[in-house]
Write a protein of this length. Structure first.
Length: 265
């Protein structure tokens, strides 16, 4: 095993991997740090309400800036990236917002969190008149003052009408493949000891866990807009505090907020 001095000498991704799976000796313990996480599908039914909805998401927590997994950004309409830039401004990193492929599901990461690594994963192709191509976006973030305080956040949006709406059996291969890949990405972080959160519009009211592991927890028991989490090796500890919703007034999706706190043990 590498000690802290050798791990720091490696730098970059190698050091991140060591710290993520470490024993907790690499950094002093911290106090609890508030962590609101949001899943927010902006929708397309009432385009005039989008800007107010994005503003409401930004201000959903009275104490700290939230982390946000977005869905349906620039999907059949335009203007949301500029709105997100405006309300989630210089104190945010709006990851994937202008990615050439996975721009529909960006992630907004506020200071004091910074992106240590990011990844986008292709799920399946588009179907004319049915769905755009589907992707999974993810980031590993670390606290600016406590670099070993890290976790992963994964965001995605599943195809509609396979297990909700029209209940089309011909779309279930795509939905099932999405869930398989989603599970593999959650487990990739869990298997190196990293705490992982995920946000998504899963388009299936009977969807409860990505991985099927008993340890995976969910914040909301109903609906299709989900926030789940899976604990890591205990170096980074988490506590689930509460949930709330934000009335988006755009379509049937209200943003969902799960408030956590995290710390280094």
């Amino acid at each position: 095993m590498l000690n802290r001095r050798k791990a720091l000498a490696l730098g970059g991704g190698a050091a991140l991997g060591v710290m993520a799976a470490g024993t907790g000796t690499a950094s002093a313990a911290t106090g609890w740090i508030r962590l609101p996480i949001v899943t927010a599908n902006v929708g397309r039914d009432n385009l005039g309400a989008r800007e107010a909805a994005i503003d409401a998401v930004r201000n959903c927590d009275p104490l700290v800036r939230p982390l946000v997994g977005w869905q349906e950004i620039n999907e059949g309409d335009t203007g949301e990236p500029a709105m997100i830039d405006h309300y989630f401004g210089p104190l945010y990193n709006n990851a994937f917002l202008r990615h050439n492929s996975s721009f529909r599901i960006p992630i907004s990461i506020p200071q004091p969190w910074e992106v240590a690594s990011s990844k986008t994963t292709y799920v399946h192709g588009g179907i004319t008149g049915v769905t755009p191509p589907r992707w999974i976006n993810e980031v590993v973030v670390r606290h600016q003052s406590h670099p070993t305080l890290q976790f992963a956040l994964i965001n995605s949006h599943y195809i509609a009408n396979a297990y909700n709406g029209d209940q089309r059996a011909d779309l279930r291969d795509e939905w099932n493949e999405h869930k398989r890949i989603h599970a593999s990405r959650v487990l990739a972080h869990h298997n190196v000891g990293r705490l992982v959160f995920w946000t998504a519009d899963v388009n299936n009211p009977n969807y409860y866990k990505a991985t099927g592991l008993e340890a995976e927890r969910r914040c909301f028991g109903t609906g299709i807009d989900r926030i789940n989490w899976l604990a890591g090796n205990g170096v980074v500890q988490e506590q689930f505090i509460d949930t709330k919703t934000v009335d988006m007034r755009v379509d049937g999706h209200d943003a969902r907020v799960a408030v956590f706190q995290v710390r280094l043990a």
